[in-house]
Design a protein around this ligand. Structure first.
Ligand code: NAP
Length: 249
């Protein structure tokens, strides 16, 4: 039997990333990355308990050396990377007029520079090994939809959208597809405050044509689709998964 394909998923110790790692484990050996080592290990253990093959590797995707170490260790363990899912992200709330420069940098470093660093290194490894692989970036409906108090996050996600399109153009000659998934409001720890408040949940649900927030598994299905044999002619695309939220924001 041939070796399984290998997927590297960042921020996979929680929420959407964990759901993606678990979903992909049906078809891939999965490297579960997170900045939180314990959380990454928990996801890897869940996958192993379900009969999958997973390795947890702690790394901060915003740190160039840590990214190199993450890819080196992935290649040491599995010898190749077929799919990269750039999912790690952080979100904070500041009015534009009060946003500290350091917070702008931190949110951009994790949400945008991290995707650049990892994609560049992984794309080069794919090219060197002649792997016509896939890269899926996790963006947000707010990569194009403006709102208040999240200008640092939303501009980073807008960057992810253009990173996706430009990488897709440059990597097409190597057969590497690059796409992004733009989630709406999803039930994850990132929305813990909202999820703790029934009134807030109701207000959010009223804004969503589908009448409810999304589940992390619904984002994972979209990522799996973009990496699958059902999407062999799809590159540079943005798949919005939001229950219609962005149709009438
Ligand atoms: P989450 O539950 O907070 O999970 C994000 C994971 O990424 C956490 O385990 C986090 O660790 C980890 N992480 C943070 N910084 C990292 C770094 N520098 N390197 C590696 N891992 C890091 O959030 P989520 O809702 O699943 O979000 C996943 C992605 O979806 C993010 O890119 C987010 O922007 C995007 N998204 C989410 C929603 C939503 O409604 N939830 C909507 C649109 C887009 P710590 O917990 O230790 O920080």
């Amino acid at each position: 039997m041939s070796d399984p394909a290998v997927a590297l998923v960042t921020g996979a110790g929680s929420g959407i990333g964990r759901a993606i790692a678990r979903r992909l484990a049906d078809e891939y050996a999965v490297v579960v990355n997170d900045v939180d080592a314990e959380a990454a290990t928990e996801t890897a253990v869940e996958i192993e308990q379900d009969g999958g093959d997973a390795t947890a590797i702690e790394a901060d995707v915003a740190d160039h050396d840590a990214v190199d170490d993450l890819v080196d260790r992935t290649l040491d363990a599995y010898g190749r990377i077929d799919l990269l899912v750039n999912n790690a992200g952080i979100e904070t709330v500041y009015p534009f007029t009060d946003l500290p420069e350091a917070e702008w940098d931190r949110v951009h470093d994790v949400n945008l520079k991290g995707q650049f660093l990892l994609s560049q290194r992984v794309a080069n490894e794919m090219i060197d090994r002649d792997v016509a692989g896939d890269i899926v970036n996790v963006s947000s409906v707010h990569d194009v939809l403006p709102r208040t108090e999240k200008i640092h996050y939303d501009t980073a996600k807008a960057g992810v959208l253009m990173l996706t399109k430009d990488m897709a153009l440059e990597l097409a000659e190597h057969g590497i597809s690059v796409n992004c998934v733009a989630p709406g409001a999803i039930e994850t720890p990132m929305n813990a405050e909202l999820l703790d408040d029934p009134d807030e949940i109701e207000r959010m649900n009223e804004r969503i044509p589908w009448g409810r927030m999304g589940k992390p598994e619904e984002i994972a299905d979209a990522v799996a689709f973009l990496a699958s044999q059902d999407a062999t002619y799809v590159t540079g695309s943005r798949l919005c998964v939001d229950g219609g939220l962005s149709l009438d924001p």
